[in-house]
Design a protein around this ligand. Structure first.
Ligand code: ADP
Ligand code: MG
Length: 252
């Protein structure tokens, strides 16, 4: 699989103080693949996602996205700030809370990364930003401020902002968990379209039906270990581990 995998995590370890949060995690995401990551609160899902784009520095193991590989642990040299910034720009991350800049319009929010990180000319960045806003169905909201948008619209702007960095992979950390139920669908629809267009994605979610529909692989984590992994439908419809069954039973 490693020939075609876009993301390759090997023997990843992370502790916060004496709290061992990730215990020897390995996973692959195929190019164009969609992996759903599920598990109870506190099992290490967010930490794992943050290790993939190095918002959190692992204690050991390796992270590879595309051709860029980082090794951590004993004797490994930590990447410098510039390398980290360049790497993060290739891994788009969408959080539960949208973190839009309130004093900037929707368009300015989406242009900010291309202008400041990618050093694009403003005219080019604007063109790109408008295209990404159109892609999430918000072309007509370009000049509005975040405060005037619904939660679902804000999250779609956050997705457009990540896409404006033209990332190799997209990481979603409970992107719909903070939304009112009636606004979840519009964000999932954008995610589903991205997946169908071939974006490589890792999705932390409690939307089991969505995971079953959109993800090709599913990983169930608990207490910092991968308990079960396989084709999403297979794991959801026919979980092999008691812990997976117990977790999934909360969603029926
Ligand atoms: P999940 O996303 O599955 O709910 P997290 O990765 O957020 O799990 O958290 C896993 C564990 O790591 C929890 O015990 C949490 O308290 C701890 N943790 C996460 N981030 C930090 C941090 N920055 N500092 C200290 N502890 C943390
Ligand atoms: Mg989390």
């Amino acid at each position: 699989m490693s020939d075609t995998s876009k993301i390759e995590i090997r023997a990843l370890r992370k502790s916060f103080g004496s709290n061992e949060v990730l215990k020897n995690i390995s996973l692959d995401v195929a190019k164009g693949g969609v992996v759903a990551l599920i598990g109870p609160s506190g099992s290490g899902k967010s930490t794992l996602l943050r290790c993939v784009n190095l918002l959190v520095t692992p204690d050991g193991g390796s992270v590879r996205v595309g051709d860029t590989r980082f090794q951590f642990g004993e004797g490994a040299k930590l990447p410098d700030v510039k390398t980290l910034a360049r790497f993060r720009a290739t891994t788009g991350m969408v959080f539960q809370h949208f973190n839009l800049f309130p004093h900037m319009t929707t368009l300015q929010n989406v242009m900010e990364g291309p202008v400041t990180v990618r050093r694009m000319a403003r005219a080019d960045a604007e063109k790109l930003a408008r295209a990404q806003l159109a892609k999430v169905g918000l072309a007509e909201k370009a000049d509005q401020y975040p405060a005037t948008l619904s939660g679902g619209q804000k999250q779609r702007v956050a997705i457009a902002r990540a896409l404006a960095m033209e990332p190799d992979v997209m990481l979603f950390d409970e992107a719909t968990s903070a939304l009112d139920p009636e606004l979840v669908g519009e964000v999932l629809a954008v995610m589903q379209r991205l997946a169908s267009e071939g974006m490589t994605m890792v999705i932390v979610t409690h939307e089991i039906a969505f995971a079953r529909e959109v993800a090709d692989r599913l990983i169930f984590m608990r207490d910092g270990v991968v308990v079960e992994e396989g084709p999403a439908r297979q794991v959801i419809d026919n979980p092999q581990e008691a812990a997976t069954r117990a977790f999934l039973s909360h969603f029926h």
